[in-house]
Ligand binder design. Structure first.
Ligand SMILES: [Zn+2]
Length: 430
């Protein structure tokens, strides 16, 4: 089995030019991916988060019916990094003879911290205590040139990344006890490889049981960040770190939500869809999957009939956050309330977001699709690098999402500053 990388998205500005390349690499990824990346329980590290659920949530815990690389299914399969409690992120800065680190390696570290730690604290309502640790506060020089590793966009784990991970382990081992950490961040010197605007190399190998061992444990969850995510819009100082929360989303088991066509399936509603431009949060589905919501915060609308639910803003701690309406064992509709707060700085039309989740659809193939309450409106955002059309996708009081074939209606019936009320109607089918 050849572990395949989870790639981060392409800059929207470069998407048109790179579209053919993207299609090609995705095709390579799916055809070569003949098995799942997640190791079985016997080789698992920390495992997935303890999920909050009750027996009433059973029908809403959709799972994949087939073998895929990374699934939206709940619970997350074993082998990924635990996403609650204290998580220690070994963070190393590396450079090469043909790309020597310029200046202080700690400056590279400071491009991502403390922002990434704060991003996770905010998004998880304090449930993920993400601790970046740098036992080697200097550039770690690799024994081969950058060129010699043959790393390019879409490169699989073998042979280049296997060599690189082995060399990182060998060089760091005198100072690092790899057993003490839950995940590995490799911050590559920004002068190695092309600019992020030209091609995106940043990549994560997650749940990778083929990974080399270090101090007796496999380096199975590792994120590699290249270049600087500078789109030229002048926001780099504030937004450039967001590639790392995206990549680390993969080590916690989350799939890519952008597709070969870009961010049009989910827009700016989740950092696994778009990590360029203004800050954004995770979807409530991801927060449940990661163990950041209690059972009492998730409603499961599995039974026929009409029922009303309260939703409180996703960015605020406490209160009900997610209603799920299952279609079958592997898919359903998720409903949540998004407002401009917390990590959600680009929300320009607060309201109820409705999206379909399909645990059978693989990473990068569109496992989640947001429904646009205002199709072809052009959207309400003017933020650079934010997918515009879906920015006003939310449903307002008086509006409804309807799936006639499945007999499902989600109506927004009241809105206040503290909470919204929705009514879910399911028609019984024979
Ligand atoms: Zn990604």
């Amino acid at each position: 089995m050849q572990p395949q990388p989870s790639r981060r998205r392409i800059s929207p500005r470069r998407l048109a030019a790179l579209a053919s390349v993207t299609v090609l690499t995705l095709a390579v990824s799916t055809s070569a991916g003949n098995g799942r990346l997640s190791p079985d329980a016997s080789t698992a590290g920390a495992g997935p988060a303890a999920l909050s659920r009750s027996s009433a949530h059973g029908p809403c815990m959709i799972t994949a019916d087939r073998e895929i690389q990374m699934s939206e299914g709940i619970p997350t399969t074993p082998g990924y990094t635990r996403s609650t409690g204290t998580v220690r992120a070994l963070t190393l800065m590396i450079d090469f003879s043909d790309a020597p680190g310029e200046g202080d390696a700690l400056d590279r570290y400071r491009e991502f911290f403390p922002e990434t730690r704060e991003w996770f604290a905010t998004s998880s309502y304090g449930r993920l205590d993400y601790r970046p640790e740098l036992p080697v506060p200097d550039w770690l020089r690799m024994p081969k040139s950058f060129r010699a590793y043959g790393i390019e966009r879409g490169a699989p784990f073998d042979p280049g990344y296997r060599d690189l991970v082995r060399d990182i382990v060998a060089e760091a081992d005198p100072e690092v006890d790899f057993q003490s950490y839950d995940l590995l961040n490799v911050l590559v010197t920004p002068n190695a490889g092309p600019a992020a605007l030209d091609t995106v190399l940043s990549v994560t190998f997650a749940g990778n049981k083929e990974a080399p061992n270090a101090d007796g444990v496999p380096v199975s969850n590792a994120s590699f960040v290249y270049s600087r995510q500078d789109d030229g819009s002048g926001s780099y100082d504030r937004t450039g770190y967001r590639v790392l929360p995206h990549e680390n989303g993969h080590v916690f088991g989350l799939p890519d939500l952008y597709t070969a066509e870009g961010g049009g399936a989910v827009g700016h509603w989740d950092i696994m869809s778009e990590d360029w431009g203004a800050n954004n949060d995770f979807l409530a589905w991801h927060k449940w999957k990661l163990g950041w919501l209690d059972a009492s915060q998730v409603g499961c609308a599995a039974n026929p009939g009409t029922r009303e639910y309260v939703l409180t803003p996703l960015a605020r701690a406490g209160g009900p956050k997610l209603v799920f309406v299952p279609l079958n064992g592997h898919s359903g509709y998720a409903v949540e309330l998004r407002t401009r707060a917390g990590n959600d700085e680009a929300v320009c039309r607060p309201g109820v977001l409705v999206y379909r989740v399909d645990a059978d659809v693989d990473t990068g193939m569109g496992p989640i699709t947001v429904y646009d309450a205002r199709r072809d409106s052009g959207g309400c955002t003017r933020s650079p690098n934010v997918h515009a059309e879906l920015s006003d996708a939310t449903f307002a009081p008086g509006e409804s999402f309807v799936d006639r074939r499945a007999g499902i209606r989600v109506a927004v019936i009241a809105a206040g500053a503290e909470e919204y009320r929705i009514r879910v109607t399911r028609t019984a089918r024979n």
